[in-house]
Design a protein around this ligand. Structure first.
Ligand SMILES: NC(=O)c1ccc[n+]([C@@H]2O[C@H](COP(=O)([O-])OP(=O)(O)OC[C@H]3O[C@@H](n4cnc5c(N)ncnc54)[C@H](O)[C@@H]3O)[C@@H](O)[C@H]2O)c1
Length: 482
C-alpha cells in the first residue's frame, strides 16, 4: 500500500537531497518527493551519477529511490498533494541593492513560497530548512496567506535548520547531535511541531529533538555557524603569532583543547574556512544586528570574516616571499580545490582566493583535486565575487585564467616540473603519495606549502623539500626575506 503521509521538499541540493533521502530511508510509511526547478539536477538524482558527492549517500538513495523516495520537477502535482513541505533552497548573500554584500537574498525562498501558495488546496506545514535571517518565517507566512486563492487553506511555518556538515552529511543525519524545531505558540503551531517531531522520532531519540520558538531556532542556526567559524578564525590568528614567535600551533591547540570547557574540535589551523555557509551566515548575522542598531555586535562578528581573508592573503604572501619574492611564470601544483575533504563542493573555497592571489603575481597554477571537475575550477576562478571575498587587488580576467590555469587528473602530472606544491584541501590521499617521486620530478629548490598541516613535514624535509606549515616554527630558509 502506498504511504498516506506525503512530504515534498523544494530544493534538491546539498541539504535537500541527503536530508530527504535519510527521512525516506527511516520512514517507509512516508512518501518523500524532492523537487527542483533545475531539471538537470533532478535528472542526475534519478541517474547512477548523483549530482553531489557525499560518502554513503549513494547507498541510501539506492535503498529507497523508487520505493518511497522520488525526485521530480513536477512541482504543481507534488506540492498540491503534500502534507508537509520542506523548503531547502539556496539563500545566498545579496549582490545588489539594499544590504548588498551582507543581507540574505531571499528571492529563491519567496519564489518557493509563491509556488506553494499557488497550488495549495489543503492545510500545509511549511518547514524552513534553508538557513534564513531571524523573522523570515513571519515574512514567508505573509506571502503564503496573501497569495493563496483558497482562504480556507491554513499554513503553519516551522523552522528546522539543518546542522549537517558536507563530507559527513550521512553520518550527521543518521545520528545528529540534535534536531531543532522552532514553531508558533498557538495550538496549531504546537501541533505542527509534534508532527515534524514524529517524522524525526522514526530514528532519532526523543531527547535529541529540541523544540523552541521560531525566532530562537532561526537565530540558533546563524549563531552556530558564526561560532564554528569563529573557532577557526581564532586558531588561525594564533597560527600567525606562532610563526612570528617560534611556537607550534598544533601544540598550542592540543594544550587548550584538553580543557573540557574549550574542547578539541574545530581547532585545526588552515588556509581559511570555506563552504557556502560560514561567511554568508556571518554576514547575514551582521546585517540583522545592524538592522536592530547593534553596530558593536555586528563589528565583532565581522572580524571573523576579516581574519579569514587575512589567513588566505598571508598564505599567498608566504608562498611568494619564500620563492624569492616572485612566482611569475613559476609552475605551482595546487593539491586540492574543494573547500574541505570528502566533498566536490567548491563554494567559497579558500583555494579560489589563494589561486587568484598567486595568479595575480604571475604564477601558472596546475590544479589536482580528486572530486572537482575542470569546468568547476575555471568557473570558480573566473566568476565575479563580492568585495568581501576578494582581498585587495586580486582577481583577473577570464582569458588570464584559461591561459594560466591547468587542471589535471593525476597528482604526479600536477607536480611534474613544478617549483612548489600548495596543499589547499586536506584530502587523505595526499598523505600517502610517493613524495620522493614528486620531489625528483620538480624544479629545485622544491617547496611544499602545507595549508592544512596534513603532511609529514620532517619526512618531507629529509627528502629535500623546503616546507612551510601553517603556525609551525619556520624553516631557516623561510626566515630570510628577499
Ligand atoms: N550546504 C550545507 O552544508 C548546508 C548546511 C546547512 C544548511 N544549509 C542551508 O541550506 C540551504 C540550501 O543549501 P544547499 O547547499 O542545499 O544549496 P544548493 O544550492 O545546493 O541547493 C538549492 C537548490 O534549490 C533549488 N531551487 C531554488 N529555488 C527553487 C524553487 N523556487 N523551486 C525549486 N527549486 C529551487 C536550486 O535549483 C538548487 O538546486 C541554504 O540556505 C544553506 O545555507 C546548507
Amino acid at each position: 500500500m502506498a504511504p498516506s503521509y506525503k512530504i515534498a521538499c523544494i530544493g534538491a541540493g546539498y541539504v535537500g537531497g541527503p536530508t530527504m533521502s535519510m527521512i525516506a530511508l527511516n520512514c517507509p510509511d512516508i512518501e518523500v518527493v524532492v523537487l527542483d526547478i533545475n531539471e538537470e539536477r533532478i535528472k542526475a538524482w534519478n541517474s547512477e551519477q548523483l549530482p553531489i558527492y557525499e560518502p554513503g549517500l549513494e547507498e541510501v538513495v539506492r535503498q529507497c529511490r523508487g520505493r518511497n523516495l522520488f525526485f521530480s520537477s513536477d512541482t504543481t502535482k507534488h506540492l498540491a498533494e503534500a502534507d508537509m513541505i520542506f523548503v531547502s533552497v539556496n539563500t545566498p548573500t545579496k549582490t545588489s541593492g539594499i544590504g548588498a554584500g551582507k543581507a540574505a537574498d531571499l528571492t529563491y525562498w519567496e519564489g518557493a513560497a509563491r509556488m506553494i501558495a499557488a497550488v495549495a488546496t489543503t492545510p500545509k506545514i511549511v518547514v524552513e530548512k534553508s538557513t534564513v535571517p531571524v523573522k523570515t518565517a513571519e515574512a514567508i507566512s505573509k506571502v503564503l496567506k496573501r497569495n493563496c486563492t483558497d482562504p480556507s487553506v491554513t499554513f503553519e511555518i516551522l523552522s528546522n535548520p539543518e546542522f549537517l556538515a558536507e563530507g559527513t552529511a550521512i553520518e550527521d543525519l543518521r545520528m545528529p547531535d540534535r534536531v531543532l524545531i522552532g514553531g508558533g505558540d498557538s495550538e496549531a503551531g504546537q501541533a505542527a511541531i509534534k508532527q515534524l517531531a514524529w517524522v524525526y522520532a522514526h530514528w532519532i531519540p526523543q531527547e535529541r529533538i529540541l523544540t523552541t520558538n521560531l525566532w530562537s531556532a532561526e537565530l540558533a542556526k546563524l549563531t552556530a555557524n558564526a561560532m564554528l567559524a569563529q573557532r577557526i578564525s581564532s586558531i588561525n590568528s594564533i597560527s600567525a603569532l606562532c610563526e612570528a614567535t617560534g611556537a607550534d600551533v598544533q601544540q598550542v591547540a592540543r594544550a587548550i583543547g584538553m580543557d573540557s570547557r574549550i574542547g578539541s574540535k574545530f581547532m585545526n589551523t588552515s588556509v581559511g574556512f570555506g563552504g557556502s555557509c560560514f561567511q554568508k551566515d556571518i554576514l547575514n548575522l551582521c546585517y540583522v544586528c545592524e538592522g536592530v542598531g547593534l553596530k558593536e555586535v555586528a563589528d565583532y562578528w565581522m572580524k571573523v570574516v576579516t581574519m579569514n581573508d587575512y589567513q588566505k592573503q598571508r598564505f599567498v604572501e608566504r608562498v611568494i616571499s619564500a620563492m624569492f619574492n616572485t612566482v611569475a611564470r613559476k609552475r605551482l601544483a595546487i593539491f586540492g580545490f574543494a573547500f574541505k575533504k570528502d566533498t566536490g563542493d567548491t563554494r567559497e573555497t579558500p583555494a579560489i582566493d589563494v589561486c587568484r592571489g598567486l595568479l595575480a603575481d604571475g604564477a601558472k597554477c596546475v590544479v589536482y583535486d580528486p572530486k572537482v571537475t575542470p569546468v568547476q575550477v575555471f568557473r570558480d576562478l573566473s566568476a565575479p565575487k563580492f568585495e568581501w571575498d576578494r582581498p585587495h587587488g586580486w582577481g583577473k580576467s577570464e582569458r588570464h585564467i584559461t591561459e594560466n590555469v591547468q587542471v589535471v587528473a593525476d597528482p604526479y602530472a600536477c607536480a611534474e616540473g613544478a617549483h612548489a606544491i600548495c596543499v589547499l584541501t586536506e584530502w587523505d590521499e595526499f598523505k600517502s603519495y610517493d613524495y620522493q617521486r614528486l620531489y625528483d620530478s620538480m624544479v629545485k629548490p622544491a617547496f611544499i606549502f602545507d595549508g592544512r598541516n596534513v603532511l609529514d613535514h620532517e619526512a618531507l624535509r629529509s627528502i629535500g623539500f623546503i616546507v612551510y606549515a601553517l603556525g609551525k616554527p619556520l624553516d631557516p630558509f623561510l626566515q630570510k626575506s628577499y
